[in-house]
Design a protein around this ligand. Structure first.
Ligand SMILES: CC(C)(COP(=O)(O)OP(=O)(O)OC[C@H]1O[C@@H](n2cnc3c(N)ncnc32)[C@H](O)[C@@H]1OP(=O)(O)O)[C@@H](O)C(=O)NCCC(=O)NCCS
Length: 178
C-alpha cells in the first residue's frame, strides 16, 4: 500500500507517539499503558533501543507519507525457540484504511527475512474485532483461548485469543498472491 512504511523507533517519532498513544482508545484494547505517562513515548524509545541492541525486540514507527501514525513491534525474540510476539496500534484518525494490515505485513516480512524466527505469535482481546480482523487478514490462526492472567488492566476472566503464523504459512500466502 502506497504511503505506509516502517522506520526503526527513533527520537523523531517521539512527539507523534506521545500525542497518539495518549488517546485512551489505544490503551483500552492493547498493552499500551493507560493513562499514558507524560514521558511514555520517551520510555517507549528507550525500551525499543535497548531491545534492538540486545536482539530481543524490534520496534517500528508506522509512517504514512513520512508521518508517524502508530507503532508495531516484534518482541520477545527467542532464537532457540525461533519465535517472537507481534503487537501494533494505529492512531484513531487513521483507522479503517488498511494501515495496520499493511504495516503488519511489512513487519512480518521483516521478521521472517531478518530475525531468527519461524513462528510469530500474537494475543488479542476477543472483544477487539478490528484487531481480530487484522490478524485474520495477515493469515494468523487461533491456537488457544485463555482468561487474562497477567495484565491488571483487564478483569481476570477477560477472554484472550492466542494466534500464530509460521514461516511456511506466510510463504504459501505470498506465493499464492504473486
Ligand atoms: C486494531 C487496529 C490496529 C486496527 O487498525 P486499522 O488500521 O484500522 O486496521 P485495518 O484497517 O488494517 O483493518 C481493520 C479491519 O477491521 C474491521 N473492523 C473494524 N472495526 C470492526 C468492528 N467493530 N467489527 C468488525 N470488524 C471491524 C475493518 O472493517 C477492517 O477489515 P476489512 O479490511 O475486512 O474491512 C486499531 O484499531 C487500533 O490501533 N486499535 C487500538 C489498539 C489495538 O487494539 N491494538 C491491537 C491490540 S491486539
Amino acid at each position: 500500500m502506497a504511503g505506509i512504511a516502517l522506520e526503526f523507533a527513533h527520537q523523531r517519532h517521539v512527539a507523534a507517539i506521545q500525542r497518539y498513544a495518549s488517546d485512551p482508545a489505544i490503551g483500552a484494547l492493547s498493552n499500551v499503558p493507560t493513562p499514558y505517562p507524560a514521558d511514555g513515548a520517551e520510555q517507549w524509545l528507550a525500551w525499543a533501543e535497548g531491545e534492538r541492541e540486545a536482539g530481543s525486540g524490534i520496534h517500528f514507527a508506522v509512517t504514512l507519507d513520512g508521518r508517524c501514525i502508530g507503532s508495531c513491534g516484534l518482541t520477545g525474540i527467542d532464537g532457540m525457540a525461533r519465535r517472537c510476539q507481534f503487537g501494533y496500534w494505529i492512531a484513531q484518525p487513521f483507522w479503517g484504511q488498511g494501515y495496520a494490515t499493511e504495516a503488519g505485513a511489512q513487519a512480518l516480512q521483516y521478521g521472517f527475512d531478518e530475525l531468527p524466527v519461524d513462528t510469530v505469535e500474537a494475543c488479542c482481546l476477543l472483544r477487539n474485532p478490528a484487531s481480530l480482523r487484522v490478524l485474520e487478514k495477515l493469515g494468523f490462526n487461533k491456537f488457544a483461548e485463555t482468561s487474562n492472567g497477567c495484565d491488571p488492566k483487564w478483569p481476570a476472566d477477560e477472554p484472550i485469543g492466542h494466534f500464530r503464523l509460521n514461516r511456511a504459512q506466510w510463504q504459501a500466502q505470498h506465493s499464492q498472491a504473486a
